[in-house]
Design a protein around this ligand. Structure first.
Ligand code: SF4
Ligand code: SF4
Length: 88
């Protein structure tokens, strides 16, 4: 399940540097997550780093983009060819 950023975002930028997939960028009114690059941090971390770094809890799971862990890992592998995932 990809994460998304809610309207509560105050555009502090803290989450951007934490994403292992460079999925986060500054949008017009809030920061935004590219769902094609978000793996819920699967492949890199045991927990979602953007959610942990956000001071206003604006990084939340997108219930409309549910993906099994296996698919998230495949997504990570496609984004990081040749690298070994740190989580499975
Ligand atoms: S959950 Fe992880 S991979 Fe997804 S946007 Fe947040 S930091 Fe990036
Ligand atoms: S850490 Fe939270 S408030 Fe800051 S830019 Fe990211 S989503 Fe927005």
């Amino acid at each position: 399940m990809a994460y998304k950023i809610s309207e509560d975002c105050i555009s502090c930028g803290a989450c951007e540097a934490e994403c292992p997939n460079n999925a986060i960028s500054e949008g017009e009114t809030t920061f935004v997550i590219d769902p094609d690059k978000c793996t819920e941090c699967v492949g890199a971390h045991d927990s979602s780093k953007c959610a942990e770094s956000c001071p206003v809890e604006a990084c939340v799971p997108d219930a409309e983009r549910k993906e099994p862990r296996e698919q998230l890992l495949k997504k990570w592998q496609a984004l990081h060819p040749g690298e070994t995932p740190k989580t499975t």
